[in-house]
Design a binder for this molecule. Sequence first.
Ligand SMILES: [Fe+2]
Ligand SMILES: [Fe+2]
Length: 287
Amino acid sequence: MFSKSNPVKRLNLVLIVSICIGEALVMFALPSFGDLSNGVTVVLDITLLTLITIPLVNWTVTIPMKKYIHDLEFAKHKILVRENQMLAALNSLAAAKDNETGSHIIRTQQYVELLAKRLKSMGHHADTLSDDHIEKLVKVAPLHDLGKVGIPDHILKKPGQLTEEERDLIYGHSMIGENILLAAQSEDVEIDLIAIAMKVAGSHHEKWDGSGYPRKLQGDTIPIEARIMTVADVFDALVSDRPYKKAWTIEEAYIEIVSKSGTSFDPIVIEAFIAERQNFEEIVKRH
Ligand SMILES: [Fe+2]
Ligand SMILES: [Fe+2]
């Protein structure tokens, strides 16, 4: 009889029905009280209506709505659990192939968080960088190199110089990662977490001046999530030991990154990086 999905319609209907019943009862009952003053009639009228309306609203609207909200919260919780399970599976897939250490992952997540929060507090991309969005961006940051699962080990771990063909193959990891994530995306309802992960995986090697890959995106056309990721990832690569290079000092890495503002990196993100220098240094020392 009542529409479960439309509580306003249901409430309206219940109120109309209870007013009709109440008024009918009042008209039926009043004559048996004899002559009453207007004031007493109004009080009796309101009392009767209240006595009828409250249990009726409770029975037909409040109780079903409470159950409905409880079911909704449970469904939301289940979705969150599934999302986290999927994320954990993708993360271990990425970690299985990537030769990055666990501490690289923790550090880059922390840099991403610092940059995103600083940008937000500076009033940039405030519409995009909600607390929830930043939390999701931090969660998916370790997936930026997920596409390396599609690159043969003998190329990925080649100690010497890469041929042009091998370099092109490695460059393919951005699109491979994006496509893996696209397969995990829902066709009906876009999963936020996956949508952000796709931006990070697909565009973390794009450069502000358009000289990056895979799409040679330029400036604002590069998703902000990827512009943040690239600064975090490059900074950490510079200050870390790699098989092919020694770790740079924090000062050297800082100068290098700032010098590439407007060419490799978004100047606004570099502003945030400069403002967060102290915190970046602390993260390097802590991990
Ligand atoms: Fe990468
Ligand atoms: Fe990385």
